[in-house]
Design a protein around this ligand. Structure first.
Ligand code: HGY
Ligand code: MN
Ligand code: MN
Length: 420
C-alpha cells in the first residue's frame, strides 16, 4: 500500500513505557474498589484528574483552552498558525465501576504523541490539539457523549446544563462547583481532523490476534426510559389477583427487550443497565419501576423496528396487568460512517508500522461519533482482555496500548503534515 508523500518513517514511535506510567498515575485518581476506577464526571475526582492532565499538557509545552461545557483542549503550535488543527482526544470520566483504560487511553495516548513529537523535534504544519470531552459516559448525567454532542450542535448547552443526576444535582451547577466552566464558546473551534484511540470494549481483536482495529463505522444507539406505575401494597397481606406490581411489569418488559434483540441476531443488542424500583422496600409491592432500555445495531431501520416493538409490547404488557407505562427517548445517535481519508490514514499507519489490523464497526458509542458530524474523524482501537469493559477488571497490555498510540501518532502526523 503506497504511503502518502508526507507519511512519517516507520522508525518514528511513541514511548510506550512513559504512556503506561501516565495511565497508571491517572488510575490512582478516583480509584474503584476492585482495581478499576470510579472517576465519574464533574466529581471532585474528575476535577483532580483534569488538573493532573492540564499539568502534564503544560509540561509538554501545550496551552490549555476550556469551553463552557468543560471540554479541554491542549494546543501544540504548528508552523502555520492559520492551518486548522489536527485533534486527538477522548474522555477522562469513567463509569462507577469502570476500568483504567476506557477513554483514558485515548486522552493519554494523544498526550504521549505530543510528548514524542517534542522528543523527536518534529514540527508540523497544522497545530496539534489534545481533547478531553466532558461526560462521555452519560452515567451520572444522561445521555452519553453529552459535551461532544453540544460541541457538534446536537444538544443545546441550556438543555445539557439542566440534566440532573440521581440526587437532582444539575450538570451546569456541578461544572461550576468543580471550577471547570471555561470561557470558550462551545463548538466555535474548527478542526482539520480528529482521531480517537479507544479500547475495543469487545472480543473481536483479541480473538483474531489483531493489534489494531481500523474503525470504519460505529453502530447506532437508542436509549428509551420506561416508567411503569402500579400500586404500592403489602407483600404479605395483599392477595395476588389484587396486585398492581410495577416490578413484575418491568421484568416482563425486560424479557421482551431480550426477545426483540435476539430476533435481530447476530448484530442487535438490548438490555437495561439503569434500573430503579420504588420504594425499594422488602415488604412493599413496587408501585413504580424506572429503567432505561439500551438498543444498538449497525443499521438504523433495525433500531427503529426495535424501538417500535418495545413501545407496542410494553403498552400491551401494562394493559394486561392493569399498570400504566410511559416511554421517553432519552438518548441515541444514528449509525456512523467515519471519514474515509482518516480511516485510510489509520490503515496506512498500521500497515507502515507492521501492526496486524482489521476493519471494525465500533460496538460502543464514542465522542468521535458526534465529532464526525463536524470534522473528518476516525478511530483506532486496540484489543482488551476477554473483550471486557465497563467493569473494574478491564485490562489491556502495554504492547496493545503502545501499538494503538503509535498508529494514532502516525495518522495524526501524516494529517498534520510534518514540516521538519
Ligand atoms: O455507551 C457507550 O457506548 C459509551 O461507552 N459511553
Ligand atoms: Mn469510552
Ligand atoms: Mn465507557
Amino acid at each position: 500500500m503506497a504511503a502518502s508523500s508526507n507519511a512519517p518513517g516507520e522508525n518514528l514511535r511513541i514511548n510506550g513505557d512513559r504512556l503506561w506510567d501516565s495511565l497508571m498515575e491517572m488510575a490512582k485518581i478516583g480509584p474503584g474498589v476492585a482495581g478499576g476506577n470510579n472517576r465519574q464526571t464533574l466529581t471532585d475526582a474528575d476535577a483532580e484528574g483534569r488538573a493532573l492532565f492540564q499539568k502534564w499538557c503544560e509540561d509538554a509545552g501545550c496551552s490549555m483552552g476550556v469551553d463552557t461545557m468543560g471540554n479541554m483542549f491542549a494546543t501544540r503550535p504548528g508552523e502555520d498558525p492559520d492551518a486548522l488543527p489536527v485533534y486527538m482526544g477522548s474522555h477522562l470520566d469513567t463509569q462507577p465501576t469502570g476500568g483504567k483504560y476506557d477513554g483514558v487511553l485515548g486522552v493519554l495516548g494523544a498526550l504521549e504523541a505530543v510528548r514524542s513529537m517534542n522528543d523527536l523535534g518534529i514540527k508540523t504544519k497544522h497545530p496539534i490539539v489534545i481533547a478531553n470531552w466532558t461526560n462521555e459516559e452519560g452515567t451520572r448525567f444522561a445521555p452519553a457523549m453529552l459535551s461532544s454532542g453540544v460541541f457538534a450542535g446536537i444538544h443545546t448547552q441550556d438543555w445539557a446544563y439542566d440534566r440532573e443526576d440521581a440526587e437532582g444535582k444539575k450538570f451546569g451547577d456541578e461544572l461550576k462547583r468543580i471550577g471547570w466552566v471555561g470561557d470558550e464558546e462551545v463548538g466555535a473551534r474548527k478542526m482539520h481532523a480528529m482521531f480517537e484511540l479507544h479500547i475495543e470494549q469487545g472480543p473481536i481483536l483479541e480473538a483474531e490476534g489483531k493489534d489494531i482495529g481500523v474503525v470504519t463505522h460505529g453502530q447506532g444507539l437508542s436509549w428509551t426510559q420506561v416508567t411503569v406505575t402500579g400500586k404500592e401494597a403489602h407483600t404479605g397481606s395483599t392477595p395476588m389477583p389484587m396486585r398492581k406490581n410495577a416490578g413484575l411489569g418491568m421484568a416482563r418488559i425486560l424479557e421482551l427487550v431480550n426477545e426483540i434483540a435476539l430476533s435481530h441476531a447476530p448484530h442487535a443488542v438490548g438490555a437495561a443497565g439503569h434500573i430503579e424500583v420504588h420504594p425499594n422496600s422488602r415488604n412493599v409491592i413496587p408501585g413504580k419501576a424506572i429503567f432505561t432500555v439500551d438498543f444498538r445495531h449497525p443499521e438504523l431501520d433495525v433500531i427503529t423496528d426495535m424501538e417500535k416493538r418495545l413501545d407496542a409490547g410494553a403498552k400491551k404488557i401494562a394493559e394486561d396487568m392493569g399498570l400504566e407505562v410511559e416511554l421517553e427517548k432519552v438518548g441515541g445517535f444514528d449509525p456512523v460512517a467515519f471519514d474515509e481519508s482518516c480511516v485510510t490514514a489509520v490503515r496506512n499507519a498500521a500497515e507502515r508500522l507492521g501492526y496486524s489490523h482489521r476493519d471494525l464497526i465500533s460496538g460502543a458509542g464514542h465522542d468521535a461519533c458526534w465529532i464526525n458530524q463536524v470534522a473528518p474523524t476516525s478511530m483506532i482501537m486496540c484489543p482488551c482482555v476477554d473483550g471486557l469493559s465497563h467493569n473494574e477488571a478491564e485490562d489491556i497490555s502495554k504492547e496493545w496500548a503502545t501499538a494503538g498510540a503509535d498508529v494514532m501518532f502516525h495518522a495524526a502526523l501524516e494529517t498534520a503534515e510534518i514540516v521538519s
